[in-house]
Structure formats: C-alpha cells, structure tokens
Design a protein around this ligand. Structure first.
Ligand code: PMH
Length: 390
C-alpha cells in the first residue's frame, strides 16, 4: 500500500508554485535581505517539509520553527538548510541541537550557564540568536545589564557563537502604531550596545511578514516570513495596501456523500438549529470539527459546488456537516470550502471573518486527519496522509 495515499473524500491542496511566487516577490521587494521561511506548526498547516523544500528552492536561506522537535523532524527528512528554533529549548538539549546544526534562541543568562554545564565537548559550537524583548512582552532580554553579562559570557566562551540577534513586533500589522516605531528604535539601540560590548552577530532580524511588507528600516539583513509566504495578508489593514499580490497556496475540498430532500419543518443536525421552511435539497459533506472545520464556522460559512455558493446549515458535527443545495445534486460532486471554483472564490479571510479570528488560525487548525495534496504546475506531486503514514 502506498503509505501516502488517502481514501476519504476530503483533502487540502497546497499549490507549491504559489509559495514560490510569494518568496520570489519578496526577493524583488527586499533584494538586500535574506529570507527565513517560518515553517513552525507544520508550516501553518500547509506541511513543514514540503513548504521548507519549496521555500529553499525559491531562494529562502533560512528556516524557522518553534520547537526542537520540529527542527529535528526536518533534519530527519533530509533538510540541510540552516534552521532556527525561535522558542526556548531546554539547556540540556543544546548539544543535540548543535549536533544537528540547529541554531537556538537564548533570552536568559541562566540558560547559558546551564547549557554550558551540559556541554561535554566543543566539537559542535552552539549557535545562538539572542532574542530581545523590545515590546512584544513574550520572551526576550529586557534588562541591558543582563544582556551585557550575556554578551561577555558568550565572547569568552568557546562553546557558544552569537550567530544572530532578533526581536519580534507586536503591532507591525497596524499602519498607525506608535509601539512599532518604539520597538524598532529600541532594537537598534540594543544592537549598538551589543557592538560596544564587542559582540557582532552576523544576522540581525526583526521583521515578520507585516514589517517585511512595509520595509521596516534599520540595520537588518534577514526577514522572517510566515503568513505572507503562504499567500495570506498579516491583517485586513495591510491587505488594503499590499506592495505586490499575495497568492494563497492552501485550498480545501470535499465531496457530497449524501443528498436528500427536506420537507417543511424537517430539521438538520444537533440541536435542530436549522428548520426547512419549504421543500429543499440538502447535501452532506464528510468534514467536521475534528478536521478543523470548526463549529463556529456555522452559520456563516459557505461552500462552492459547480461554481456556485451554498450555505452550510445547522451545527457542524465531528466528521460531517450539511449544505443547503439549490437543487438536487449528485453524490460525489466536489465542494470547495476554501479556494476557487470557476468565477467564485472563498478566501481564507472569509472563513476567519465568520469565525471572528485571524487567517493564521484556520489552516493551522486543519487537522492531521485531512490529507494534504501537493501540486506544482497544476499536477499532483505528492499525497501526504499522516493517518496512514506510520
Ligand atoms: N517570528 C516570530 C518570532 C514569530 O513568532 C512569527 C509568527 C513569525 C516570525 C512570522 O510571523 P508572520 O507569520 O506574521 O510572518 N508567530 C506567530 C505567533 O506566535 N502567533 O501568530 C503568529
């Protein structure tokens, strides 16, 4: 049996050409900057390995993930590009990271002391990116004195190498943000301080997608691209004024598995929240909240069948949901939940709006139960079905 095959009638399609186009657009937009492709959370639900490969092919020099497990998985699957783990890895695993040529993020002096005590040999230098908290309030050095101690500690150490220094913006996706400017200035000040203490990390990075789209100014040489690489805008505000078009890579599809006629008064799904007012046709799709097609999408979300919009009705169940059809349609008909059919389109942002959340959350939560189909030049390259891949 082909371990990557799938048998269910629901699948996500990831158009790798779109990822490539987005990266190439950024390279034209910011020719002086290196690109770090952020592929944490299984590539925002798109597939970390496939996105990482495509990103590197398209000119990204670096990859970023949130945790060591994600980085090791990429290494195991043959990815050789440099990888940064952006969150805290336990100091006792610093060696494991170094052996796998994985760069780590540091934002605590104690971390360095502990990590050093675990390092038995210095064959592999531990490559570090210093994280500065300039206003995100999440992780990062805040106190100048601590940073100064750390700078000296690293300078004197034969174990550690300060490969990079970075910060993260909290409001880069808002045009009129004072905090954004404050963070930018604070970061530049920290970089200057590091230099006076004799530490000159090669990579200096601050930008996420939003800051990269608006070309944040400073002595920076790398941008960390997540959401925009997948073709989604970081906010509705920035979406109104993009410097180049972003191409959505992710689409979601299913097929009608049942079609029936309702009589006036018949109800649909748990809680009987939908009641037919006339004779109507209803179709069932084999996708539900366990697939990440969340309960809060109904009422509000629609699907496309034969290029026409149709509303999801009643509560979304664990494995299924129902659609009001304009007429009798055949079992097997393709329904697009995110993506295009003929002239109609359902954007990720439409679903995010219905769910009162941000577009980031939607593909991230499309679960492992939904097989991913990878396409390039309109042809299927690979099917990935985690469920059967054991
Ligand atoms: N750098 C860091 C440190 C991040 O946490 C993220 C995204 C990115 C870069 C990429 O940002 P982008 O997708 O806007 O381009 N992190 C998160 C997060 O923690 N929650 O939502 C996005």
């Amino acid at each position: 049996m082909d371990k990557h095959h799938y048998y269910r009638d629901t699948w996500a399609e990831i158009d790798l050409d779109k990822i490539s186009q987005n990266i190439k657009s950024f390279k034209r937009h910011l020719p002086e900057q290196k690109i770090m492709a952020v592929v944490k959370a299984n590539g925002y639900g798109h597939g970390a390995l496939q996105v990482a490969e495509e990103a590197v092919r398209s000119g990204a020099e670096w990859l970023a993930v949130a945790m060591l497990d994600e980085a090791l998985a990429l290494r195991k699957q043959g990815i050789t590009a440099p990888i940064l783990v952006m969150n805290r890895v336990r100091p006792e695993y610093a060696n494991l990271a170094a052996e796998n040529e994985i760069s780590l993020t540091v934002f605590q002096k104690e971390w360095l002391i502990e990590a050093q005590s675990h390092v038995k040999e210095t064959k592999h230098q531990i490559k570090l990116h210093l994280k500065i908290d300039t206003g995100m309030g999440r992780v990062g050095f805040k106190e100048e004195s601590e940073l100064q101690d750390v700078a000296h500690f690293i300078k004197q150490s034969s174990v550690f190498e300060a490969e990079g220094v970075f910060t993260h913006f909290a409001t880069a996706d808002e045009w009129e943000s004072e905090l954004f400017e404050k963070q930018r200035k604070r970061f530049i000040k920290y970089i200057d301080s590091l230099r006076t203490w004799g530490l000159n990390p090669t990579l200096i990075h601050s930008a996420n997608s939003a800051a990269a789209l608006r070309k944040v100014k400073g002595p920076f040489n790398l941008v960390r691209l997540g959401i925009s690489m997948y073709g989604l805008a970081p906010s509705n505000e920035l979406k109104q004024d993009l410097p180049f078009p972003l191409e959505e890579a992710f689409s979601l599809h299913s097929r009608l598995i049942h079609v029936k006629k309702l009589m006036p008064g018949d109800t649909v799904s748990y809680g009987a929240t939908y009641t037919a007012t006339e004779e109507e046709w209803v179709g069932t799709l084999p996708i539900g909240y366990a697939d990440g097609w969340q309960r809060r999408f109904s009422p509000g979300a629609s699907v496309l069948i034969k290029g026409e919009r149709m509303p999801i009705i009643g509560r979304i169940c664990m494995d299924q949901c129902m659609v009001r059809l304009p007429k009798r349609l055949d079992v097997g008909e393709v329904a697009t939940l995110i993506g295009s059919q003929e002239a109609e389109r359902i954007e990720m942002d439409e679903i995010a709006r219905v769910a009162e959340t941000i577009n980031y959350e939607i593909p991230c939560l499309i679960s492992a139960r939904v097989p991913r189909v990878y396409t390039k030049k309109g042809r299927i390259l690979e099917n990935m079905n985690v469920i059967l891949n054991f």
